[in-house]
Design a protein around this ligand. Structure first.
Ligand code: GAP
Length: 469
């Protein structure tokens, strides 16, 4: 099978460069603390003592998260001619969840401790008693993971609705709308990014498992019989996406689901697993959902949901391959994999080797000091750069401290303006990973940075480059 279009390559492929990093062996506390310290992720409602497993993305986190979403959308929608996008509502007709099987089957077995009343997923309990206090546990009962709410002012049964636990169903119920209005042929993918909600029994490990999270889902509709090949194709595409964005191959692996663990809708499924600090865990799932969803929605809604294949002269219900990833879980994996500590001139340096595309700030403009002679030129440089790059301006504290702050959020380039700059109209660019510095004319700064952000090598030839002291 020849894929319709190969997903585009993101520039500056970290896997092709020499990798300066140590293998990811960082504990979660370090990541949580860096995220708090540098405005990436804060505990939600912190001034009220927080809300369990809910997190807020700060000024740096919101940029990082946007970049992860954009990288996914670019690879899945913009760089292909066989996928279109969609944005459906979080609240949907309750019939959707009856048809999809979520009301009956989206459950986890739950046990409760009779002494401390903590609840546990029965499948995660290895001992006989409560893992916290050793107390006796109740028999397992099935617990539905969907959040219920009521629509309208009167709380009655008829108005009960659910917050969506996956974005996928918004795609299935719009299949006919998209096919008829876009006039596309199969294979066709419909992609969506948006919030999902699950009343997880055991959330935790920072943003790895939360009750509110963001999904990036693609439903790729294919002719039955070609589904297995497309499953293989998408498993490879999705694995490669993480590698292109800087995750080291040795920290990723594939795991096929056993027959007994397949979701109620799946014929086959692979997990891309990442070596998180708590061990190998699911980063993304790629499932073959067959025709389960379209058949179910046709049955429950009474509307026909099929496809007329003009070339083959036949009508059929397409099969669906679904790569389904979490934005927050991807953010976490990118952070963990990028995290590094090293010693520079006897001092510890913490840094994030984030892929340029993902880095929250691309360039930091740093006048050597707050001297009134330097400020106008530094502001001029900032104003020139910020329409084209996400740029930070920082003139507080020593230059060394400012470099370290930028290292900790993964800023690839710092531009320093010093007293010589006033004379020769040149500035210093300092590169995050190698600490190499080069001097370039302000006139050429934008072009220079653009090329380097796209992956051009940082030419640190000893004749004209220095290393940060
Ligand atoms: N539509 C299929 C589906 O939702 P899933 O394996 O339940 O499949 C897909 O979820 C991805 O969504 C997971 O691999 C993970 O990245 C993310 N995810 C699922 N539940 C999550 C949660 N409670 N918190 C954070 N991310 C979650």
């Amino acid at each position: 099978m020849t894929p319709v279009n190969k997903a585009g390559k993101l520039s500056s492929d970290a896997s092709e460069k020499g990798d300066l990093r140590m293998p990811a062996k960082v504990d979660m506390d370090k990541i949580v603390s860096l995220c708090k310290r540098r405005g990436l992720i804060f505990p939600s409602s912190e001034i009220y003592g927080g809300l369990a497993s809910c997190w807020d993305y700060g000024p740096m986190g919101v940029e990082l998260k946007r970049n992860v979403r954009d990288a996914w959308w670019k690879a899945i929608v913009h760089e292909r001619d066989d996928v279109v996008g969609l944005d459906t509502s979080i609240m949907m007709h309750p019939g959707v969840w009856a048809a999809s099987g979520h009301i009956d089957s989206f459950t986890d077995p739950l046990v409760e401790c009779k002494s401390c009343h903590l609840r546990w997923r029965a499948t995660e309990i290895e001992s006989k008693g409560c893992p916290k206090c050793g107390g006796e546990l109740t028999e397992p009962r099935m617990f539905n993971l969907m959040f219920k709410t009521s629509m309208g002012p009167v709380e009655e049964e008829a108005s009960t609705i659910y917050l969506r636990p996956e974005t996928a169903q918004g795609i299935f119920v719009n299949f006919d709308n998209v096919i008829t209005t876009s006039r596309r042929k199969l294979p066709l993918g419909i992609a969506q990014i948006g919030k999902s909600f699950r009343n997880e029994i055991t959330p935790g490990n920072f943003v790895f498992r939360t009750r509110e999270f963001e999904h990036m889902e693609l439903e790729y509709f294919v002719k039955p019989g070609t589904d297995e090949e497309w499953l293989d194709y998408w498993v490879k595409e999705r694995f490669d996406w993480y590698v292109k964005l800087g995750i080291r191959k040795e920290n990723l692996r594939l795991r096929q689901h056993g027959k007994d663990e397949l979701a109620h809708y799946a014929r086959d499924c692979y997990d891309i697993e990442y070596l998180f600090p708590m061990g190998w865990s699911e980063l993304e799932g790629i499932a073959n959902r067959g025709d389960f969803d379209l058949i179910q929605h046709a049955k429950y809604s009474g509307k026909e949901l099929g496809y007329y294949d003009a070339e083959a002269g036949e009508r059929y219900v397409p099969y669906v391959i679904e790569p389904s990833a979490g934005v927050d879980r991807s953010v976490l994996a990118f952070l963990i994999d990028a995290y590094d500590e090293e010693e520079v001139e006897g001092e510890k340096r913490t840094l994030l080797h984030l892929h340029h595309y993902l880095a929250p700030i691309k360039v930091a403009v740093l006048p050597l000091s707050r001297n009134e002679k330097l400020t106008p030129l530094a502001k001029e440089v900032f104003n020139k750069l910020c329409p084209n790059f996400v740029t930070d301006y920082d003139d507080s504290q020593s230059i060394g401290r400012r470099y370290r702050r930028q290292d900790e959020i993964g800023t690839p380039f710092c531009v320093t303006i010093d007293f010589e700059s006033l004379e020769d109209k040149q500035v210093t660019i300092r590169e995050r990973d190698s600490l190499a510095q080069i001097r370039v004319p302000i006139e050429e700064l934008g072009k220079n940075l653009e090329a380097k952000l796209k992956g051009e090598a940082f030419d640190a030839s000893p004749l004209w480059a220095t290393r940060e002291k």
